[in-house]
Design a protein around this ligand. Structure first.
Ligand code: PGA
Length: 238
């Protein structure tokens, strides 16, 4: 596991975007695993800045997002499909047909998502955030390391933390469809990013903790190509 400590949010975004761009340049039809939430926003801003300036070609890039809220239509402003369209896809020359986000409405066969990823050759580079409770994707503490894409219950801590995105806590969906921990472990390369003091304990567990389902992120200790890019606050306990 390679740990890169940088100063702040902006630097995390720059470093992460540069790493993604390097990978797109060396493999223009790369399969990227993408994440939503506050943390990747600076990365996506940098990628859009690069597209404006350098015209990096996204036309053959394929993407698979980690998760989606159950019950939200893709057009819902709080859905992760909407987030991705707004924060990245509409501002680069990606073919929208090459972008995939799990469906929060029609999800009777969640593992079809893993099959589709496999048919595309598997994820080359998976971008991850991390929850304060160590979740990756929406794989909350207690999730089996063998899990594939499935409908999952959100932990109360996650509902509380994510309520900042909604008008009230009652509007936060209680379930999501999420790639599983095995789905994530199948990626060839993993890049996990974290910003802020509230992530410091999870980063400590990820880097130095015992491998345990109580901290889902610790499964990554078993992956052979993981890079962690953290700001000073998130790195304050390692
Ligand atoms: P955040 O979420 O980037 O909004 O902090 C990360 C996560 O919960 O995985």
């Amino acid at each position: 596991m390679k740990v890169i400590k940088v100063l702040n949010n902006k630097e995390v975004g720059k470093m992460t975007a540069e790493l993604i761009l390097e990978n797109i340049h060396s493999n223009p039809s790369i399969v990227l695993g993408l994440a939503t939430g506050s943390t990747p926003e600076s990365t996506y801003e940098y990628l859009i800045g690069d597209f404006k300036k350098n015209k990096t070609d996204w036309s053959k890039v394929r993407t698979f997002n980690l998760d989606e809220y159950v019950g939200l239509e893709p057009t819902h402003k709080k859905s992760y499909r909407y987030f991705m369209d707004e924060k990245l896809f509409k501002s680069v020359n990606i073919n929208i047909k090459n972008t995939h986000v799990p469906n929060g409405i029609n999800n009777t066969d969640p593992e079809a998502y893993d099959k589709l990823i496999a048919e595309n050759g598997g994820i080359d580079l998976q971008l991850l955030g991390i929850g304060t409770n160590g979740h990756i994707g929406f794989n909350e503490p207690g999730t089996s390391f063998e899990s594939l894409t499935s409908v999952v219950d959100l932990a109360q801590e996650t509902i509380d933390v994510n309520s900042r995105f909604f008008a009230s806590i009652d509007e936060v969906p209680k379930q999501a469809i999420s790639m599983g921990l095995q789905s994530i472990m199948n990626a060839k390369k993993v890049v996990l990013i974290a910003i802020g003091k509230n992530k410091a304990e999870a980063i400590k567990q990820l880097v130095n903790g015992n491998i345990s389902i109580n901290w889902p992120c610790t499964v990554l200790q078993k992956h052979k190509d993981v890079t962690i890019i953290v700001d000073e606050e998130a790195a304050s306990l390692i």
